[in-house]
Design a protein around this ligand. Structure first.
Ligand SMILES: *[C@@H]1O[C@H](CO)[C@@H](O)[C@H](O)[C@H]1NC(C)=O
Ligand SMILES: *[C@@H]1O[C@H](CO)[C@@H](O)[C@H](O)[C@H]1NC(C)=O
Ligand SMILES: *[C@@H]1O[C@H](CO)[C@@H](O)[C@H](O)[C@H]1NC(C)=O
Length: 494
């Protein structure tokens, strides 16, 4: 065929037309073309960028979007939120269910491997840093850093509407909201605003199908009462103390009314004090330098020298801070201290958060994922104390009622060895909703092994435990987590 043949010209015209069309979908400027630390081929498209929430204040929320590696045109889109308040959703990206596993490299950038249990295997995931002040999200007007549940939710809703305007090709995909820990508040409040937006005809109309909450803060009373039965059931306190504390407190552990109740609770605290709050089976880790200093002076027993060692190829994080929340500072109406605030201004001392710290504060990485540099967005921190946060939405139970009665599907999952937001609280509040049991308590399986237990209620409310998992479920049980996640999104029984 000669040059200038009509067929070729027609094809060129078609290509131009298609590229014009594409210009109206996902913003090309947000496309991530290379990722420092990763040398392979990306299994799906990644995008990173900001959505401006308030022009005059210069308030901008950062997102990282991972397209599904299966069928992005059909697979659900899931918004992921970590908690805190004040913790970046890169916690989930780096340590839980993101597309990569991060291998620490001494004195250099971490090496990135593909994560075979990434949630992007079955869904497209938006990791959002929220509210402004957290992670890479920021505001030019610092008064925005004084915030709370309701404002955070309104901003996240504005984010979603604007995000789907930027990525209209995903509007018809089933949409879910998911999160963990303090996102037990973010998820239902945002879900409620999304539903209200749909009712009010706010465009674009999202195809909102349901939500997932993992070890989520929900209700002052249920969460506050969860620790004592958890500690007893796990064999952490004696039968005698359990009977005494029940007698002294008459079932009210969250707000002790008498001195005898307070003193029995103090005894419970004493017994569980040295445990790793995020997973009572994991060792408590201590500062390496302190250990070395001690090492040179005294011979430590070998069990002590083994602290922090694990046979996992990519271990879960070494968390060294002790139990501080929510037992000592339960989530109540009013100011919720951020982690660094709880720890008197110290940054969260997690030795292994160094992988995220070094990667996300590397200039080339920030440029590659389109995060502003440090003089605009600040140093990236896993959990920040830049914000002052008020819990002003009260109990989440009324939100869960409203949302499930509207036909949204809800999965309330719990790592059953987490002592931070123990499963006993989530089990109790889901039961308290008064819904009929439609799928009676039974084991669920992954890889032909029992992976935990589940109870299904009417109105598509499901409670699920993950056996042996801590606070951040996919970090501890990635395979099992991908299994229940896929089944839930697909509307299959778990
Ligand atoms: C920041 O926002 C507050 C509240 O809207 C406003 O009163 C103040 O003038 C703003 N500051 C700047 C420097 O724009
Ligand atoms: C949920 O909340 C909306 C908005 O306040 C209200 O109109 C609706 O009646 C509530 N639905 C249920 C089932 O409680
Ligand atoms: C539960 O979800 C299924 C599948 O998404 C849906 O068909 C059904 O109507 C829902 N049930 C209720 C009670 O909302």
């Amino acid at each position: 065929m000669g040059r200038g043949s009509p067929i070729i010209l027609f094809r060129i015209a078609c290509l131009l037309w298609i590229s014009l069309l594409l210009a109206h979908s996902a913003p090309e400027t947000a496309l991530v073309t290379q990722i420092p630390g990763f040398s392979g081929t990306l299994p799906s498209k990644h995008y990173g960028g900001y959505v401006t929430i308030d022009e005059t204040h210069g308030r901008r929320l950062f997102y990282y979007f991972v397209e599904s590696e299966r069928n992005p045109a059909k697979d659900p889109v899931v918004l992921w939120l970590n908690g805190g308040p004040g913790c970046s959703s890169f916690d989930g990206f780096v340590y839980e269910h993101g597309p990569f596993n991060f291998e620490t490299k001494q004195g250099g950038l971490p090496k990135l491997h593909l994560n075979q249990y990434s949630w992007s295997k079955v869904s497209s995931v938006i990791y959002l840093d929220s509210p402004a002040g957290v992670g890479f999200s920021y505001s030019e007007n610092k008064t925005d850093y004084i915030t709370g549940d309701l404002k955070t939710s309104l901003d996240s809703h504005v984010f979603l509407l604007k995000w789907f305007e930027l990525y209209p090709e995903f509007l018809s995909n089933p949409f879910f909201i998911a999160g963990e820990s303090y996102a037990g508040v973010y998820v239902p409040t945002l879900a409620y605003d999304v539903v209200k937006g749909i009712d009010d005809g706010k465009k674009p109309i999202l195809n909102f199908k349901g939500y997932l909450v993992g070890n989520g803060v929900t209700d002052e009373e249920f969460d506050g009462n969860a620790l004592v039965p958890f500690a007893h059931g796990m064999g952490l306190i004696s039968d005698d103390l359990y009977e005494e504390v029940n007698r002294a407190c008459t079932g009210n552990f969250y707000r002790p009314q008498t001195d005898s109740c307070s003193s029995k609770l103090a005894k419970v605290e004493e017994d569980v004090d040295g445990l790793n709050i995020y997973d009572i089976l994991e060792p408590c880790y201590y500062d390496a330098e302190l250990m070395e200093a001690k090492d040179s002076k005294i011979r430590l027993p070998s069990s002590f020298q083994q602290l922090g060692k694990t046979d996992r190829p990519l271990p879960v994080r070494k968390r060294m801070f002790g139990r501080a929340w929510p037992l000592r500072a339960p989530v109540r109406d009013g100011i919720v201290p951020t982690w660094p605030q709880l720890l008197n201004g110290e940054s969260v001392p997690c030795t292994d958060d160094e992988v995220a710290m070094s990667w996300l504060n590397n200039e080339a990485v920030r440029r590659a994922i389109h995060a502003e540099d440090v003089n605009v967005a600040g140093v990236w921190e896993l959990c920040t104390d830049r914000i002052e946060f008020r819990h002003d939405a009260g109990s989440m139970i009324k939100y869960h009622k409203n949302l499930t009665l509207r036909g949204l599907r809800a999965l309330i999952f719990s790592g059953d060895h987490d002592m931070c937001v123990p499963f006993t609280g989530s089990q109790a509040w889901t039961r308290s909703m008064g819904y009929k049991v439609v799928d009676e308590w039974r084991p669920w399986t992954s890889n032909r092994q029992i992976a935990g237990y589940t109870q299904g209620y009417e109105n598509n409310l499901t409670f699920l435990t993950i056996k042996g998992a801590g606070h951040t479920v996919p970090e501890y049980k990635p395979k099992e987590a991908l299994d229940f996640y896929s089944r839930f999104l697909a509307g299959q029984p778990i």
